[in-house]
Design a binder for this molecule. Structure first.
Ligand code: NAD
Ligand code: DAU
Length: 351
């Protein structure tokens, strides 16, 4: 079968990758979507059941650190584009085990860049699209926003590794003319997120009547984006973004952690038919995350003005949909947490 384009997605079995792969496979039957994923604790093929037998989809289990494998895949599939999501993504894990973050996020990205560079002797209509994070910009005070011009100031091993990978991607653009685009996105939420991240962790703990560990005083701000809105932005940027450019993506939806947890508690009380206030009693303030960034907020006006993208899902609706999904998919939650998963604080401080 011949396709108009062959697109390599890395990390397509993870949280954001799951939504992106499904979107692309369904929207572009004339594109062959090849999903390369190592299937770490964060990758789960079960997420992709609905598209796994589609003719324009291929899954390959493999590591982006395996240069030979990458070269072989580029030779076999003659990729026209790469959308690179594979990464170690959880800040707390980067604090306890930075090495795997440096390996996958920095060296892995470099291996992928090298493979593209070696295979793409003709650069016409090729694109290496690197998916990154707003955390590379560091931490904001009470006011202001991250723009594409904000200087990099990463504070955690995770964000330092992502910043480093962004720099490498830009270096390959300037040094070797590799056609690249980078986008830096704020906090995503929605179905299929591994329950180590704030929102699914809180939902899972409320369901199981376990303490809700709020770091520090809870007065830390994140800008939340519905994951399908992120996938739609990636699709748009991949199709219409300008080579060499960076695009910020954000939800325009700032919440202090403690406010967000209160909202979730109220939604969960209602869904679980518990008396109002029951879940809030589970809130436990715990020792702060080391180097905890105070506030993230994205100015996404470049993406809006150039390409016409805006978030579509309102926060309260998105949180309710997320809570409903996790309650309806208790077996998924059980399976992904039944491995070696331990919450950072359980491991560090035993609470
Ligand atoms: P995730 O942790 O849910 O998924 C990562 C995926 O990468 C998993 O499927 C995993 O198996 C795979 N992977 C890890 N190491 C690999 C390797 N060496 N080789 C091949 N595959 C490997 O992450 P996510 O939340 O879906 O994030 C995806 C990307 O988006 C990451 O690059 C992350 O930095 C970025 N990002 C995430 C958010 C967010 O809020 N989740 C926000 C902005 C940017
Ligand atoms: O901003 C984009 C980034 O968002 C992505 O690049 C990362 O991959 C993604 O993990 C996310 O990073 P955060 O550190 O912001 O997300 P996390 O869900 O771990 O934490 C969100 C906030 O909630 C943060 O201020 C820490 C706090 N928190 C988190 C957990 C897990 C708690 O208070 N308690 C918790 O148990």
């Amino acid at each position: 079968m011949s396709f108009e384009k062959n697109i390599l997605i890395t990390g397509g079995a993870g949280f954001i990758g799951t939504h992106l792969v499904k979107l692309l496979v369904n929207k572009y039957p004339n594109y062959h979507i090849i999903n390369l994923d190592k299937l770490t604790y964060a990758g789960n093929l079960e997420n992709l059941k609905s598209i796994e037998n589609q003719a324009n989809y291929t899954f390959i289990k493999g590591d982006i650190l395996n240069q030979d494998l990458l070269q072989e895949l580029f030779n076999t599939y003659q990729f026209d584009g790469v959308i690179h999501l594979a990464a170690e993504s959880h800040v707390d894990r980067s604090i306890t085990n930075p090495l795997s973050f440096l390996e996958t996020n920095i060296i892995g990205t470099m291996c992928l860049l090298n493979a593209a560079r070696a295979a793409w002797t003709n650069l016409d209509n090729k694109l290496f699209y690197h998916i990154s994070t707003d955390e590379v910009y560091g931490s904001l005070g009470e006011t202001g926003y991250f723009t594409e011009e904000t200087p990099y100031d990463p504070r955690s091993p995770y964000s330092a590794s992502k910043a480093s990978s962004d720099h490498l991607v830009r270096a390959y653009y300037h040094t070797y003319n590799l056609p690249v685009i980078i986008s830096n996105c704020s906090n995503n939420y929605g179905p299929y997120q591994f329950p180590e991240k704030l929102i699914p962790l809180m939902i899972n703990n409320i369901k199981n009547n376990k303490p809700l560990p709020v770091y520090g005083d809870g007065n830390y701000t994140r800008d939340w984006l519905w994951v399908e809105d992120h996938a739609a932005a990636i699709d748009l940027i991949f199709q219409k973004g300008r080579v060499g450019e960076t695009y910020n993506i954000g939800g325009n939806n700032e919440r202090k952690n403690i406010e967000l947890v209160h909202t979730l508690c109220n939604i969960m009380d209602e869904l679980l038919q518990r008396p109002v206030g029951t879940s809030q009693e589970l809130i436990t303030f715990v020792k702060d995350r080391p180097g905890h960034d105070k506030r993230y907020a994205i100015d996404a006006s470049k993406l809006k003005n150039e390409l016409g993208w805006s978030p579509t899902v309102q926060p309260e609706e998105g949180l309710r949909r997320t809570a409903e999904w996790y309650l309806a998919n208790a077996d998924w939650l059980e399976r992904v947490t039944s491995g070696t998963y331990e919450h950072y604080y359980e491991k560090q401080y035993g609470n």
